[in-house]
Design a protein around this ligand. Sequence first.
Ligand code: SER
Length: 320
Amino acid sequence: MSNKPSQRILVTGATGQIGSELIFELSKKYGKENVIAAGHSRAPSEKMLSAVSYAIVDVSDKDAVSKATARYDIDTIYNLAGVLSAAGEKNPALAWQVNMDGLRNVLEVARERNISRIFWASSIAAFGANAPRVSTPQETSLIPTTVYGICKVAGELLCNYYSNRYGLDIRSLRYPGIISSETPPGGGTTDYAVEIFYEAIKNKKYTCFVRKDTVLPMLYMPDCINATLKLMDADSSKIKIRTSYNLGGLSFTAEELANEIKKHIPEFTCDYKPDFRQKIADSWPMSLDDTPAREQWGWKPTYDLAAMTEDMLDKLSKRL
Ligand code: SER
């Protein structure tokens, strides 16, 4: 597997929650001329258009992926295009097309064009209710109940297969719920942990779609970006897992998050009206054992609940 430094980077799903922040970090690191943001459904922001090159690429169209990769002479791909868990339950066929066919297209193009490094986002959704829910181990039963989770398990195995069979340098993280202030997530089960901040600032109240005792693993965006870049920078010999790494960060109940926000906005109130997403949340881990990520390539989160909440409120109040 090659350790050639990344030069020409394609980020799919670049207008999404993670992509829209990752591209700026990549552009700082590798130069704006070397980062191509590829989006499909959401329009790119002015900020994005002025910072990096932008291309329309639907990952479920292999030809489009192949052409973009050739046109921009790409040697590294971050495949972040995806339909999240709750949206996937509303349209399982679309979830499969984007998450599964999209990944397979990216891997095939990578194989055909000798792409030197690939990142792909897996998720805590790869686990199902039969896995231990506290400190969920790296290796355990993976029987998810959502089509999104099924795509993540199959995708992890496909990444492992392409690594072993074709020698591709594929790296992946099982992202927990990502909390961020720049671009809201769309269609996920962990979205409440972001929505609550917007509503707390705008309306001083929020109706949460999971029970107040719901605990899910979460991560603040700066830690998410840091983990992603650290994994991609690590020497290939350190990457022993070619399915996807558990990535731990924060774990708190929805009520604990609401109470933390209340410390800054005392008039804020939160009520709880669980909907179909509760069942998804109940099938996912509450916390992850990420020992392999810590030991193999030095993963270490920095934000706790208090620091994340303070920073989110600070950034969002300035923006809203
Ligand atoms: N944040 C995602 C979701 O809720 C999990 O990867 O679907």
